[in-house]
Design a protein. Sequence first.
Length: 408
Amino acid sequence: MTVEGVRPRPGRESTGRAAGTGGHGREFHPDVEGLRAVALFLVFLSAAGVPLLSGGVIGVDAFFVISGFLITGLLVREVERTGTVSLARFYARRARRIIPSAAFVLTATLAAVLVLAPGTARALAQDVVAACLQVANWWLLAGDLEELSARAAASPLKHYWTLAVEEQFYVLWPLLVIAVTALARRRGWSLRRSLFGALLGLSAVSLAVSALVTPAAELLGYLGTGSRAWQFGAGGLLALAAPRVVAACREPRVRRAVVAGGWAGALALGTSALWVVSLPYPGTVALVPTLGAVAVIAAGCAGTGRGTVGGVLSHPVLRFCGRLSYVWYLWHLPVIHLAHEAGVPDGWRVDLVLAVLSGLPALATMLLVERPLRFSPLVARSDRRGLLTGLVATAVPLTLAAAVLVTG
């Protein structure tokens, strides 16, 4: 596999306080914040090339499951509360949350490369355009695969392919929820059962595609939206089933079994980093870390008390790292790449330290860019302003990239 896989997941939609959700029991999951941090740390191991642990790319699998779980829960709660999904509100939230930080890192990285390594700026500008248009995964698969893969291996923006896959999911899944909701109403079907059936069918097809494509074209299986969709689906299915999981866990024996399953899932997720790189990936091999992440989140539905994996993941330090994980993920590869361009020696120990230190610009970006725009009353109270914020933010790196391509 020639293209590194990495990606943190979008932030929670609540402001951080527990909230009733009608079926899930709570909207905010502190254990999921902690799981984000663990997924990010796994990604760092892969990015640095730590011996025996380069399979940390499985952190991406966990991020995809988390996204499917949180976004599906958000959409279903909105349908149950209001009877529909406001696409403008949904996309405005995503625009405020995701795009400004991503655009800022793109702009800063390209500007730094223009200073440190101007000879590579034109190629990087092409990557910036693909990232801005949310097609970075397909850009890596376009044209001459060997040439693009080799160039991508040296790109500080190769990790943006995961954002592209997630954004494509965010575009399509709300539309499907609306369609299934309308059909369920006409037929008098249960909303959650209808969505569960639709998502189960789509996930099965996606998993079959991954299983068939990966052995023949591993890069396509790894980067393709169709071969990754089932991982979002796995998280979504858990979100739909969460009320039943919570209800079943009132029985002590069931709760003990779910809690034990959470520890088993954590073990499966963690140890996968030791062996997945020796096999075609993702394919059916990805079932192990993916279902491991599902089991960990399911155990959190049973509770986050002492002796549970959810309790460990709810530790304040992990939760803080989880809140920072999205922007930290955006910065880790640019920091590693730019440090080497500036003369910092190579090596997995150095790269691991650089990945950790990338948390400093990540924290600054979260405080100065992400939070002010995400929680600004002026932006948040208007869906139109939220969408406009995303468009304006995207225009900045896109304009810089266009200037480099025209003049380069």
